[in-house]
Design a protein around this ligand. Structure first.
Ligand code: FDA
Length: 513
């Protein structure tokens, strides 16, 4: 309509006004009239559930080229009454970085152009902008030195911005903790459009952005991280067992050992239905591992600590740490590490996920039932990632991520599908709700812990007309346990009017004193 065209024009004028004198100003705002709008919007939507004709779409997509563009986006959006959705890598499980469900007009601030990585290898630090993918950081760190790495997630296409905001764990988690645990400085654009580094933002806000979930406090444009030592060669293996091959017993043993092994050894477990030689559906348990050392040392460590797995030298390979990143990724075997630098996108699909944490090994008798629930569904996958090691040494309150000592492993329930119908989605989503409910006796309770980076709106959402701290406790304490209150107080101090509101943003708690 004419009115919305007028608003578009005024909003554009506001955004471009800093640079209006410069006619060669490159475009960084795309409204629904622009032909690039749709391709840019789609570019990092990897969950097709949030890319349908009825998914609410932004009025405009802004792809800032400089920090000042981020600042003017905050100032202009505030004065026009638009909400901002912040997107780095677009992997949010609920699509909250590019859609919004509360009917208010919104713009997407897509940081894909802000992706500079500067490495100070002598100091073992790097500055990385939020729009880089974790795989790019891994790549450039490895180009600087074969002996340096960074402990973030296994999937290389995830954005730095979202992942570091929510924690970030992968194959180095037992040795070095979360990605967020290794952040030493950051630059954030706050609700007033100021750029603040650690010193200017103060320790409370700096604490909150390292795991308190993205998008509640401002736009983090860059992070300074500590790089970590990795040996020239690491050893990897992926050993698969079906039920007939003793998978249940081995999984049971892993539950007692996975979190207690040497910090150099990370063995995660992937559980999924498969078909056996005779064409029957059965359960396959894959032990998927990285060891910071040689195959010989790995064999020794396994003989001492997990002989039951029966690992043999022929099951293992030695490679550089950066090659191990590819080994764990979805890229085809034999791909060059350049795929990381080239920002190869994640394949798109419809998917759903949920998370749990286990504090006491699941009783062996219960496993059969869990396998049965998995066999009832088409293509589910349960990924269990051990904690322990460094994770036990970090206090629950050091960063907002509270699942530390005493948490044996994380479970992620995940399912992908490619049928676009609503019925297909509903079937898969309701299966996952069922297994999540059935798992209640076997997982952490009071609160039942969840991982904010595997965002789950079933845990609860804010109410747009009345966002309350108590209302948000349900999901807030699952993600952050006792840290939720401090997060809400930081929010109350830095964004009391709740400009950075979204379905699972931290509500502001304003102290009455
Ligand atoms: P996206 O851009 O969607 O942002 C996620 C959230 O953070 C949104 O709320 C967004 O607004 C906010 N945000 C983004 N950038 C921000 C910024 N610069 N400042 C403030 N807020 C910002 N996790 C893990 O720990 N280990 C793993 O191995 C994996 N693997 C994995 C595989 C796949 C296929 C998926 C889909 C996801 C994972 N994850 C994961 C989960 C992942 O860490 C999580 O989804 C991250 O939040 C995604 O970050 P992106 O920047 O890609 O997402």
């Amino acid at each position: 309509s004419a009115y919305s065209k007028l608003m578009d024009d005024k909003f554009l004028q506001c955004l471009y006004q800093d640079s209006s004198a410069n006619a060669t100003q490159p475009e960084f705002v795309f409204t629904q009239q622009d032909t690039s709008y749709s391709p840019i919007l789609q570019s990092t939507i990897i969950n097709l559930r949030f890319s349908t004709p009825t998914t609410p779409k932004p009025l405009a997509i802004i792809t800032p080229l400089t920090y000042s563009h981020v600042q003017s986006t905050v100032i202009c959006s505030k004065s026009f009454g638009y909400r901002i959705r912040i997107r780095s890598g677009g992997h949010d499980y609920a699509g909250l970085s590019y859609t919004s469900y509360d009917q208010s007009p919104f713009v997407v601030l897509d940081l894909k152009e802000l992706r500079k990585i500067t490495i100070q290898s002598g100091k073992k630090t790097a500055w990385v902008e939020s729009g880089a993918m974790v795989g790019e950081l891994y790549y450039w760190v490895s180009q600087e030195s074969q002996n340096l790495g960074f402990p973030a997630g296994i999937c290389p296409t995830v954005g730095i911005g979202g992942q570091l905001s929510g924690g970030g764990f992968g194959a180095l988690v037992r040795k070095y903790g979360l990605a967020a645990d290794n952040v030493v400085d950051a630059k954030i654009v706050d609700v007033n459009g100021r750029i603040l580094d650690r010193e200017l933002m103060g320790e409370d806000l700096f604490w909150a952005i390292r795991g308190g979930g993205g998008a509640s406090f401002g736009i983090v444009v860059a992070w300074k991280v500590n790089l970590v030592d990795v040996p020239e060669k690491v050893a990897v293996f992926s050993l698969s067992k079906t039920l007939d091959q003793g998978a249940s017993d081995l999984f049971d043993k892993w539950q007692y050992k996975g979190h207690k092994l040497s910090e150099d050894l990370f063995i995660r477990v992937i559980i999924q239905p498969t078909s056996d030689g005779a064409g029957n559906r059965t359960i396959q348990v894959i032990f998927n591992s990285m060891f910071l050392g040689s195959v010989d040392q790995l064999m020794e460590t396994m003989a001492d600590s997990f002989p039951e797995l029966g690992l043999q030298e022929k099951d293992c390979s030695e490679m550089s740490w950066i090659e191990s990143v590819l080994y764990f990724s979805i890229y085809p075997k034999g791909s060059s590490i350049d795929v990381l630098r080239d920002r190869q996108p994640e394949p798109r699909s419809y998917f759903n996920g949920k998370s749990d944490y286990v504090k006491e090994p699941i009783p062996e008798e219960a496993l059969e039932e869990i396998w049965k629930w998995c066999l009832e569904e088409d293509n589910p996958i349960l990924i269990m990632e051990p904690h322990g090691g460094r994770m036990d040494e970090i206090e629950e309150t050091t960063t907002p991520y509270p699942h530390r000592k005493g948490y044996l492993y994380n479970i992620q329930y995940f399912e992908k599908w490619d049928n676009e119908t609503i019925e297909a989605s509903e079937k898969h989503i309701s299966w996952m709700r069922r297994i999540y409910k059935n798992m209640t006796p076997y997982v952490s309770k009071n609160p039942r812990a969840a991982y904010v980076n595997y965002r789950d709106l079933d845990l609860g959402t804010n109410d747009v007309d009345n966002t309350s701290y108590l209302g948000a406790m349900k999901w807030g304490s699952s993600y952050f346990n006792e840290n939720f209150k401090r997060l809400a107080m930081v929010k109350g101090a830095v964004d009391p009017d709740n400009f950075f509101y979204y379905e699972q943003s931290i509500p502001p708690l304003i102290s009455s004193e």
